[in-house]
Design a protein around this ligand. Structure first.
Ligand SMILES: C[S@@+](CC[C@H](N)C(=O)[O-])C[C@H]1O[C@@H](n2cnc3c(N)ncnc32)[C@H](O)[C@@H]1O
Length: 354
């Protein structure tokens, strides 16, 4: 009996290693189905009718090309990761519909989805850096991305197609996130001028201002190349600059998904600039992933730690922080009160008061 238990636990461990060894097949398969527009072919405006691989190919490659057997193999793998649901018909044909996770990859009525984020994070320049991950442990002076691409990841976004993919990725993620959290977070009450530092296209500001009409002036503050591609939005002024040097004034300043890209030193500098930009009653709102103090096996922890190692590999900075580490940065920047709101599973809202 005891021998059987040991055998079973070793079997489970070996199985886990076999699964981990081929983990690359998962993001690569997600990228492939996005590139082939499979989620959109199944979703079709919300119908989500189960289709076979051959039926999907008839939609996405209408000239009759394609290898349905190979697509089916990819779909079966992604079914095991709860992206598709498999329906085995009585005639032996397998059909696939989208699960709730898979639906995040289908384009909605506003043209948004999480698909551009997946494509952005798996683009060739990033993929080239992963085999050099070990190097950051031996010597972190040059991050793998820069080693293989010859430039820092931030400078990589120069051509309009790359900037457009970056913007689409963040708008696709930020829009559903903001809509949901703004139902619960009321920290924008009473604010008249809101500055969004690193606001990219201005989409967060626009959604916040729709929900809180008390905000009459929105300032979207980002790097010059980002501001140059930002669309005109009612009530929003785009201002170009560098938050490590200066932040425009407002009753409240927000930094969403920005601090994780910066070392403690630069992050404190930015927070000090926000402190200067605020009146006595003003507050800084930081929205960032927060590392759990203890490591567990939850999807949340995996997503946050995966993002942390991604940042280390691509941007080479000390990045994701715990609640306690953020609180300490706030004190170093001159803030006296700190509150955290865990509304979303990934990004927390933190308030720093003067
Ligand atoms: C990860 S994106 C987040 C965009 C947006 N806040 C969101 O949550 O969807 C980080 C943004 O910060 C901007 N950024 C990076 N360094 C900056 C700096 N020094 N000053 C101002 N903005 C900066 C980038 O251009 C980019 O638009």
């Amino acid at each position: 009996m005891e021998g059987k238990k040991v055998f079973q636990s070793q079997n489970k461990s070996r199985l886990a290693i076999l699964s981990l060894s081929n983990m690359m097949s998962v993001p690569s398969s997600v990228v492939a189905v996005i590139q082939l527009k499979v989620p959109d072919a199944i979703f079709q405006g919300g119908s989500n009718v189960a289709l076979s691989a051959a039926e999907i190919l008839a939609v996405v490659l209408p000239k009759g090309e394609g290898e349905p057997d190979n697509l089916e193999r990819i779909l079966r793998l992604l079914t095991s990761y709860d992206i598709f649901e498999e329906h085995l018909c009585s005639n032996g044909v397998r059909k696939f519909s989208l699960t709730e996770i898979g639906k995040c990859l289908a384009t909605d009525e506003e043209g948004l989805s999480y698909a551009p984020y997946v494509l952005q994070h798996n683009q060739e320049a990033y993929m080239r850096a992963w085999p050099r991950l070990k190097d950051v442990v031996e010597d972190s002076s040059v991050e793998p991305f820069r080693k293989v691409n010859g430039q820092h990841a931030l400078n990589f976004y120069v051509n309009p197609d790359q900037i457009a993919l970056f913007n689409k990725a963040f708008v696709g993620m930020t829009t559903p996130f903001m809509r949901e959290v703004l139902e619960f977070y009321d920290g924008f009450q009473g604010v008249e001028t809101l500055v969004d530092v690193g606001g990219s296209t201005g989409v967060s500001l626009s959604l916040i201002m729709d929900k809180f009409p008390n905000i009459t002036k929105g300032i979207n503050f980002d790097l010059p190349k980002m501001v140059a591609s930002a669309p005109q939005l009612p009530g929003i002024t785009h201002v170009a600059g560098d938050a490590t040097k200066f932040v425009p004034s407002g009753d409240a300043v927000m930094m969403k998904w920005l601090c994780s890209g910066f070392s403690d030193e630069l992050c404190t500098k930015m927070m000090k600039n926000c402190h200067k930009a605020l009146p006595a009653e003003g507050k800084l709102i930081i929205c960032d992933p927060l590392l759990p103090e203890l490591t567990d096996e939850s999807t949340r922890t995996k997503a946050i730690l995966g993002g942390d190692v991604f940042m280390m590999t691509m941007y080479g900075t000390k990045t994701t922080r715990t609640e306690k580490q953020f609180k300490e940065l706030g004190i170093a920047a001159g803030f006296s009160r700190f509150r955290v709101f865990y509304i979303d599973a990934y990004l927390a809202f933190m308030e720093f008061h003067k």
